[in-house]
Write a protein that binds this ligand. Structure first.
Ligand code: NDP
Length: 397
């Protein structure tokens, strides 16, 4: 059905490549390109399909991207490099007539700041070019928005309270490691918390608000209120929402390490001079921390991510909880990667599949909840991320 270019060969890129290879009727020609070509070659070797092409590209460089797109002529690019590359890749898509999908919103390197404005600003240009850009198609953002769209379509007349709950109850048996790119992960967690209430954003100190929440098959876990990018698009696309929050679990050991990292200045994202060389402490820290791609082998336990929703149906209040639990070990056996990469990579593949099948195809720049959730939800069940629903239970929130 279509030619697909995957950019990024990290944990998520590896899962995308495996899942794309499992669906050859949709993804008829595939290339993986990244900064380090050897990593792309390793992924292809692990998949065992020599038809998948590989290439080197610096995705910060629009001209290099344009040359690669003109050579391979993809129908869609799945951007699973880092959020810093979103705009250069979108620019290159516009210059070459290629459609676009990513899993994380653009962030400038020098400030940890998450908002869609930079990418939404491309809407008119994608519309005029007749191209589709699908933003935030991982799990959260991604499936969290699709669950919300599904709830709005089938179970609610009015969604009023939305809590996205993200639990990782896995154990990788390392003293400290992050589950995806450490630089991006630590930037996200150390910023102020933020949630939406009655038309306004309320800011909290980092990890200031926390609560015990009970996760299916896992039990109670301390869950911390964070700002997460999908809140911005969801409150815009569902204006009946009175309050929207995002919660993520962290263990005490993780938080202690994080506090030390911050206190000693290793979470800094500004440049410091060391021995005549300029380095960014957080980027240096990334180089010495375990690589998230290598965590899979000894990772046990599971993730549980879902949406807890309260609202009205036929004039009556109702609650609804929709979630997926994903086993780290099962993800590893299938793709060589742990559950966090798996839960991100599978939806990215499905989003590209939706585009190539013509189901999610319209000119412009869209967040996932702006498309029909039904065919996507069907594929989640088929592609390894089955979902479960609880009606009128206690949401704890
Ligand atoms: P990794 O750090 O493991 O992989 C990133 C990949 O991008 C690496 O292969 C890296 O190359 C490549 N890359 C980085 N910079 C460039 C560049 N300038 N040009 C070309 N390639 C580049 O990250 P993850 O796989 O863990 O995460 C990938 C993305 O997924 C991130 O944007 C992350 O925010 C997002 N994510 C989204 C989630 C969701 O649910 N929505 C959850 C988890 C992650 P090299 O190896 O050479 O450095």
């Amino acid at each position: 059905m279509g030619k697909t270019l995957i950019i990024g060969a990290g944990g998520v890129g590896t899962v995308v490549a495996h899942k794309v290879a499992q669906n050859p009727d949709v993804f008829t020609e595939v290339m993986i390109a990244s900064r380090t070509k050897a990593k792309c070659d390793k992924v292809v070797e692990a998949i065992g399909n020599p038809n998948i092409k590989t290439a080197q590209v610096d995705a910060d460089n629009v001209d290099e991207l344009v040359a690669l797109f003109n050579e391979f002529k993809p129908d869609i690019v799945i951007n699973v490099a880092l959020p810093y590359q979103d705009l250069t890749i979108m620019e290159a898509c516009l210059k070459t007539g290629v459609n676009y999908l990513d899993t994380a919103n653009y962030e400038p390197k020098d400030v940890a700041h998450f908002e869609y404005s930079w990418q939404w600003a491309y809407k008119k240009r994608f519309e005029d070019a007749g191209l589709t850009a699908i933003l935030g198609c991982g799990f959260d953002p991604g499936v969290s928005g699709i669950y919300t769209a599904y709830a709005a379509k089938h179970h609610f007349d009015e969604i009023q309270y939305l809590d996205i709950v993200d639990c990782n109850a896995g154990n990788h048996h390392k003293a400290f490691a992050t589950n995806f790119n450490p630089e991006i992960n630590i930037r996200e967690i150390t910023q102020n918390g933020r949630y939406y209430e009655n038309g306004q954003w309320v800011t909290t100190k980092p990890l200031e608000i926390h609560k015990l929440l009970t996760y299916p098959n896992i039990g109670p876990k301390d869950s911390y209120l964070l700002y997460h990018e999908e809140l911005e698009s969801l409150v815009k696309n569902y204006p009946t929402i009175k309050r929207a929050r995002f919660w993520m679990t962290f263990g005490q050991e993780y938080l202690t390490h994080l506090r030390v990292i911050q206190n000693i200045g290793m979470a800094r994202i500004d440049e410091v001079e060391y021995n005549g060389v300029k380095i960014v402490p957080l980027q240096f820290l990334k180089a010495v921390l375990p690589n998230p791609q290598d965590l899979g082998e000894n990772y046990d336990g599971e993730t549980s991510i879902g949406c807890r929703i309260r609202g009205l149906k036929d004039g009556k209040e109702r609650t609804y909880y929709i979630y997926n639990n994903c086993s780290h070990h099962a993800a590893y056996l299938e793709t060589g990667m742990q559950g966090v990469s798996y839960t991100t990579g599978v939806p990215a593949m499905i989003g590209a599949m939706m585009f190539l099948k013509g189901l999610w195809k319209k000119p412009g720049v869209f967040n996932v909840e702006e498309f029909d959730p039904d065919p996507f939800m069907e594929q989640l069940n088929k592609q390894g991320l089955p979902w479960h629903e609880v009606f009128d239970g206690d949401l704890e929130l």
